[in-house]
Write a protein that binds this ligand. Structure first.
Ligand code: GRF
Length: 206
């Protein structure tokens, strides 16, 4: 059984979707720890109530980003997670965490990458006048929302939309998309070939 660490900075609805899917067996994994960089994040209370170990510390408690990330790596060590799922973790992952977990860190972004990376993805989509948007589950590399794309789901963008209504519509597809992506990863169905995420051939397949 795979082990998931979940990182969340805020509300935690994606974290909750992942925890629930592990519990129901949709994802064949155990959520072993939830980490937050905001000690008062609602995601922590949700995870604690669900019986998941929680840890929280803020970067400002450390001399610099490297010291903060080294502490995160140390905190994770006894849990030995197979994957780190970023679920509304509002920081760029740096070298200390990537050195240990690159290729095993997954993020969900509320736009169809490579369009609209970074903050306020839904506002960027509205300002650009696109007619569809959606969500992207992707591997995390050193760039901003730039790692290999695992799965995407599309939603319409209506002329009447504002940032809030579009964010709500995208959120409804984020949860099942993240669950489906992590379910496939935990079944070892996917691999990265030349920066593209592809289905692994079953043994004996041509
Ligand atoms: C989601 O829209 C996610 O795509 C983005 O941050 C938001 C987090 O929401 N990265 P929640 O905390 O999972 O409810």
């Amino acid at each position: 059984m795979k082990k998931l660490a979940i990182f969340a900075s805020g509300r935690g609805s994606n974290a909750r979707a992942l925890i629930d899917a592990c519990r129901s067996g949709l994802i064949e994994a155990r959520p072993v720890v939830l980490f937050s960089d905001h000690p008062d994040a609602p995601a922590l209370a949700m995870a604690r109530a669900a019986g998941v170990d929680c840890h929280a510390f803020a970067p400002r408690e450390f001399a610099d980003k490297a010291a903060y990330e080294n502490a995160v790596v140390e905190m994770l060590r006894p849990y030995a997670p197979d994957y780190i799922c970023l679920a509304g973790y509002m920081r760029i992952v740096g070298a200390p965490i990537l050195a240990v977990y690159e290729g095993r860190i997954v993020n969900i972004h509320p736009a169809l990458l490579p369009s609209f990376p970074g903050l306020h993805a839904q506002r960027q989509a509205i300002d650009a006048g696109v007619k569809v948007s959606g969500c992207t589950v992707h591997f995390v590399d050193a760039g901003m929302d730039s790692g290999p794309i695992i799965m995407q789901t599309v939603v319409p963008v209506f002329a009447s939309d504002d940032e809030t209504s579009l964010a709500e519509r995208i959120l409804t597809v984020e949860h099942p998309t993240y669950v489906e992506a992590m379910a496939a990863l935990c079944r070892d169905e996917l691999c990265i070939v030349k920066r593209k995420v592809v289905r692994r051939m079953a043994s004996g397949e041509e």
